[in-house]
Design a protein around this ligand. Structure first.
Ligand code: DGJ
Length: 726
């Protein structure tokens, strides 16, 4: 049994970790432990000091050592004498804001709970157990049901919360975080993944300091600027050793994660929907469901932690026909043509691509409405016959006749003011009455909280998918959201809009992906501006970044790899000089970097030399052969690109019979020794060949001593080692 309740202690056990909570004599639920297995109740670790200015619950009487302000609470709320960051806050009918959450009951059942309207980790009944702990605020009758999904084999515990108004008056939720996690001490590091458009998920590791550190997005999406995921790790934690805990929010809207190191040096982390953009009126009898947080803990360092996240995201988050299967190698016309194309141009790229054995042609932005630049047309999802004279169906047929599949770009959530849709329904765009809206990329955002808007999008998109042989959809989203006002919501419900928008988006995605399971949906938001576990529930791959420069991509993909498996990372070979940075890199380097993801091309193949085309054909062949190893193998980071002067990574087959080691050395240097790279994940006792050579090496030698990398000439040179057991 993964979940047990004994002597007021809840034990949640996974293959290598233990999560413990205890209910005390006052009915307060304490967090006791999250870490390696101990076979013991960890409540002995807690101290009850009498701390000045830390008050005591009324029913504690004269017990000055019992304070909500110092206890390691499992789920902390505002207004009960705990002054640290809180997970929940609610305003009652009388205007007061307080919650005193006491234990009421629990429930354990096989299988993993689902969350109505929200993406969530899923599992077979035999693979997971659920624990529900019900806490109750006696004064208001509000119940807070903490839900834990334990996926024992993958060392994952999910958390989510249900707020249930069991009282007699409406309550307004002001803060409803998905997780609250106490750490015994604050002498830890934390890692987060910040960035910007074209430079997402840059890893930053810092020591925790006293006070609050936080990451957030208030952009209506999970954002380029901060990914909704973080790692807490002991200060000596490395890729291969030490304790670390990862938390990934399965949500695609505005979020907040805070870590506070308190006056006693203890730490608390909370994470969930951003409270600044949230308020929810909960009528009597109603429930509110928070999004889910995926927690995982590793006692063997960051590499193992990432592999655990890769496993849960691949097997228990991604869905659909493409979940585990090979992905088509695609060619996308965006960087080849931008808006300047016609049928002939697209066909010429497709023809070259088919000769090079590429699987799928993606027609990007500009095929619909009046769309010759980014000022107009969004919302009018009918083909632009000026550009595609014979219509979309004819183009698809011609591409299919070349032996290629066809994919199409959409940006469903947006509207251009210069569009038929906007002229007909100006109130479908988010804008505040009496104020001019903020434009971004000249566009406004559709109000996805409205059913008629979702219905319009469903009808327009499903018609195209039904009438044409479209096998891939790129779902783009190219701005941050503000002007939060819905013409369809009452004033007291306007603050619900950011979350209602995300619920609307998920409903539309669920409907379309459910109806077209054979279509591969790739998520995108100006590259990786909405790269989160929530979107991955609908789209098994996401365009990782609009930065296609191979050098910069190694940093972006390094940061992405901490939580997200390579199968989810859309990555393309583009032209040089690179369109974002002007950098020149060899086509071999571009290929190697793009292969650590869902591989494709994004350039005009007609402009390549014969030699380069030959290289493309070889890359396509190699990727097709190696894709099972790349997707199914364990992923290892072998270097830190920020400090080691190179990016290196490896995919190791589960049976350790083979491995693909790839990387990029950033700068050549004169008069130096060759670089040495230590491998990981091999069978220490086995013997291996490298790149088909005669010599054999033991796994232990390759891991302890490493391999000598080739000497490079020039900058940003890729290397690749294929390691095979003798
Ligand atoms: C942003 C995407 O990330 C690009 O790949 C491309 O699809 C453009 N949008 C098109 O507008």
């Amino acid at each position: 049994m993964a979940i047990q309740f004994e002597g007021h202690i809840f034990h949640l056990t996974t293959a290598h970790t233990l999560y413990q909570m205890g209910v005390d004599a006052f009915g307060i639920l304490h967090h006791l432990w999250y870490g390696e297995k101990t076979d013991c109740s960890m409540c002995y670790l807690y101290d009850y000091p009498d701390v000045g200015f830390s008050g005591n619950p009324y029913d504690a009487g004269k017990l000055r050592t019992y304070s909500m302000d110092t206890l390691p609470l499992e789920y902390a709320a505002v207004g009960n004498g705990d002054y640290r960051v809180a997970a929940a806050a609610a305003v009652h009918a009388d205007g007061s804001c307080a919650l005193d959450l006491r234990y009421e009951s629990y429930k354990i059942y096989d299988g993993k709970y689902a969350i109505p309207g929200l993406p969530a980790v899923y599992a077979e009944d035999a693979q997971a157990q659920t624990l529900e702990i019900c806490l109750r605020d006696e004064y208001s009758g509000l119940r807070v049901i903490l839900r834990y999904g334990v996926l024992e084999a993958v060392d994952v515990i999910t958390r989510s919360v249900v707020f249930e108004n069991g009282g007699s008056e409406a309550v307004t939720l002001k803060r409803a975080h998905s997780v609250c996690l106490a750490l015994h001490d604050g002498a830890w590091d934390w890692m987060h993944f910040h960035g910007r458009h074209t430079m997402e998920r840059q890893m930053e590791r810092r020591a925790l300091f006293h006070g609050i550190q936080q990451i957030e997005s208030t952009r209506g999406t999970s954002s380029h600027q901060q990914n909704p995921a973080l790692i807490l790790c002991e200060q000596d934690c490395t890729e291969t050793s030490g304790l670390c805990i990862g938390a990934a929010l399965m949500y695609s809207g505005s979020f907040q994660a805070q870590i506070e190191v308190d006056q006693l040096g203890q730490a608390r982390m909370v994470m969930g929907i951003h409270p600044e953009q949230f308020s929810w009126n909960l009528e009597v009898g109603e429930r509110f469901y928070t999004p889910e947080v995926i927690l995982s803990c590793s006692t063997q360092g960051l590499g193992r932690l990432s592999q655990q996240f890769h496993s849960v995201i691949r097997n228990h988050v991604c869905r659909g026909d493409y979940k585990l299967s090979a992905r088509p190698i695609l060619i996308n016309n965006w960087e080849a043509t931008y808006f300047d194309f016609n049928e002939e141009k697209i066909l010429s790229i497709a023809k070259q691509a088919s000769e090079l054995d590429i699987d799928l042609m993606v027609l990007d932005d500009g095929w619909f409405g009046k769309r010759d630049d980014d000022c107009s047309g969004l919302g009018d999802w009918t083909v632009n016959e000026q550009k595609l004279k014979g219509g979309l169906g004819a183009l698809v047929e011609k591409i299919n006749a070349l032996g290629m599949r066809f994919g199409l770009w959409f940006e469903p959530e947006m509207v251009s003011e210069d569009s038929d849709l906007y002229r007909a329904h100006p109130d479908w765009a988010l804008r505040i009455p009496g104020r001019d809206p903020v434009r971004s990329r000249y566009q406004l955002v559709l109000d996805l909280s409205r059913e008629e808007v979702r219905e319009y999008l469903y009808e327009s998109m499903s018609k195209l998918l039904r009438e044409n042989h479209i096998e891939y959809v790129k779902w783009d989203m190219n701005r941050s959201i503000c002007d939060w006002y819905s013409a369809a919501l009452a004033p007291e419900r306007q603050a619900e809009l950011p979350h209602r928008y995300v619920l609307g988006l998920y409903e539309l995605l669920e409907r379309l992906t459910g109806e077209f399971p054979h279509v591969l949906f790739e998520g995108c938001s100006g590259g990786g501006g909405r790269f989160d576990a929530g979107m991955l529930y609908y789209c098994p791959q996401i365009w990782c970044s609009d930065d296609t420069d191979a050098h910069e991509r190694t940093f972006i993909q390094y940061g992405t790899s901490f939580f997200y498996p390579v199968s989810t990372v859309g990555s393309h070979v583009s032209a040089v000089p690179n369109h974002q940075t002007g950098r020149m890199t060899a086509i071999g380097t571009r290929g190697t970097v793009a292969m650590a993801g869902s591989f494709g091309y994004e350039l005009d193949l007609n402009l390549l030399s014969e030699e380069e085309k030959q290289t493309v054909a070889e890359q396509v062949k190699k990727y097709r052969e190696l894709q099972p190893l790349i997707y199914d193998g364990a992923y290892f980071r072998l270097s830190d690109p920020y400090t080691d002067g190179m990016a290196a990574w490896a995919f190791v087959a589960e049976d350790q019979s083979r491995a693909l080691v790839q990387g990029v050395i950033y700068r050549a240097a004169s008069n130096t020794l060759r670089r040495r790279l230590r491998l990981r994940g091999l069978d220490a006792k086995a013997h291996y060949h490298i790149n088909g050579g005669e010599q054999t090496y033991t796994g232990s030698a390759l891991m302890a001593g490493g391999v000598l990398l080739p000497k490079i000439a020039g900058d940003d040179v890729a290397f690749e080692l294929y390691i095979e057991r003798v």
